[in-house]
Design a protein. Structure first.
Length: 487
């Protein structure tokens, strides 16, 4: 496997080729685990690669890695070792994600995951199960706010700062996997959350939404109210399109910036420095605050280590439509989600780093195909921006489910130069890749079904049982266009 580096907005390998990664989130958010929850064996990896997937955002939790302070769960780590070894065998890259949702499961008292109970300092606020959706603890949970406040302040537990323990955890993981060819990098915290300052942001958000519904000229209020009265939920939601998003979110940017600059950025720099004490290998991913998933501007500066810009860093945005985690998500509106991702593209340009969309999708149980048109629009958007992506998420048997009809698609894997553009015309079933190179090189393309490729010489690197293949096209210096007609 080629080691992966960054070059401004691109991922590149040791041959200088532009790399595009495609994969899934595979998570273990369960409590009290002694091995990773899913069996990722040879059969899994064979099928995974046959579908053109070469990237896993592997979500693990602090609670399973260090259930007791200072004692790492060696049984659990050995199960991760096996996954890394098989990933290397089959050419699949792993992004280690330290996952959290509402900070902690609190020993099973809340629906969250992440920090072990010993690292959740709630100041007496009692955890509870959700009333509306799993995330309501972010907005109404004092135990969640208090826990995050203590973490960002690096407050002590038994004489050791919480962030200091977190850094030691990452140092242990970096030391363990630094030499694995399958290592892509480190996602230091899933969807960081401000803690108690979020209350002010949330109140202003609700106010902004109400104001927009009542006064924003981009919303057809007559149509919306008529749809609400008649019970036409889809029409009512579609009256709020992507062109309204920044009008609602922009007034919140300054509040979010305070967290990004004064809490999140120092945490990223500190944790990255801990990893770099151990190894220079692996790309460090910057995420964005949970609240930024819906279009609030992310303001954290690039990661620095000991005052110098970290050379191997990327951005890992997440986004879903506004009704995510509710039955209304079946009415997801692509213009809204693309508006969220457009703001995230602005962050990418500001940071000057490549992107792996860390989470997207989340619309179904992976058997429903009715939302595929929405998903296709998002995939086309990612292709336009030349973004890698990881779908949310794997449920244990998805390689046999209809979701693979969506995720298994023709795409560039390694391009010998800089990509100009690429994309798939679904109506004509034609994939086109244009790129420019400054030297002779080999381009690899995954093609998800039988095809014809005229006027260009190619060779087949690998053929898979499902009729897909990995092909190689070698070309000299210059601009090139490859057009593949699928049968």
């Amino acid at each position: 496997m080629e080691r992966i580096f960054t070059d401004k907005l691109r991922f590149i390998d040791s041959k200088g080729r532009t790399r595009i990664f495609s994969g899934m989130n595979i998570d273990d958010k369960l409590l009290n685990q002694n091995e990773f929850r899913y069996r990722l064996d040879d059969d899994f990896f064979k099928k995974y690669r046959a579908f053109g997937l070469d990237f896993i955002r592997l979500a693990v939790t602090w609670q399973n890695l260090e259930p007791k302070m200072g004692e790492y769960n060696e049984k659990y780590l050995k199960s991760l070792d096996k996954i890394f070894n098989l990933a290397e065998k089959y050419g699949v890259y792993i992004l280690l994600d330290m996952h959290q949702d509402i900070y902690s499961a609190n020993g099973g008292k809340s629906v969250g995951d992440g920090a072990p109970e010993w690292a959740a300092i709630t100041d007496g606020a009692k955890p509870r199960m959700p009333i509306f959706v799993w995330a309501d603890g972010y907005f109404f949970g004092r135990w969640v706010h208090n826990s995050f406040d203590h973490f960002w302040n690096n407050d002590f537990y038994r004489g050791v700062g919480l962030q200091d323990r977190y850094c030691e955890l990452w140092k242990m993981l970096a030391k363990r996997y630094k030499d694995s060819p399958a290592l892509f990098g480190y996602d230091l915290m899933n969807e960081p959350f401000p803690g108690s300052p979020s209350k002010k942001i949330f109140v202003r958000l609700v106010s902004n939404i109400a104001k927009a519904v009542l006064t924003n000229e981009k919303i057809d209020r007559k149509k919306m109210f008529k749809a609400v009265i008649s019970g036409d939920t889809a029409t009512a939601l579609n009256c709020v399109k992507g062109d309204v998003i920044r009008d609602v979110m922009e007034p919140l940017d300054e509040l979010e910036a305070d967290f990004d600059i004064n809490k999140y950025s120092p945490f990223m720099n500190k944790t990255s420095a801990a990893i770099r004490e151990v190894t220079e290998n692996g790309i460090i991913m910057m995420e964005q605050c949970y609240l930024c998933n819906s279009g609030i501007k992310q303001s954290a500066p690039p990661i620095t280590v000991n005052g110098k810009r970290e050379p191997l860093q990327c951005f890992g945005p997440h986004s879903y439509d506004i009704m995510v985690d509710t039955p209304l998500y079946k009415y997801a509106n692509s213009s809204r989600v693309k508006a969220f991702f457009t703001e995230m593209h602005n962050t990418q340009l500001r940071l000057s780093v490549p992107v792996v969309v860390g989470e997207w999708g989340g619309c179904s149980d992976n058997t429903d195909t009715s939302w595929f048109p929405h998903a296709h629009e998002l995939l086309d958007f990612f292709d336009e921006k030349q973004w890698s992506n990881a779908y949310w998420d794997y449920h244990g048997d998805d390689l046999e489910k209809p979701i693979m009809e969506l995720l298994c698609r023709t795409h560039p894997v390694a391009v010998a130069g800089e990509i100009i553009r690429y994309g798939f015309n679904r109506e004509n079933e034609v994939f086109t890749l244009s790129y420019k190179s400054d030297k002779k090189g080999e381009t690899l393309i995954y093609v998800h079904k039988p095809f014809t490729l005229e006027s260009i010489e190619y060779s087949t690197v690998e053929e898979f049982d499902n009729g897909s293949s990995l092909i190689s096209v070698k070309a000299d210096k210059g601009e090139h266009t490859i057009s593949i007609k699928l049968k």
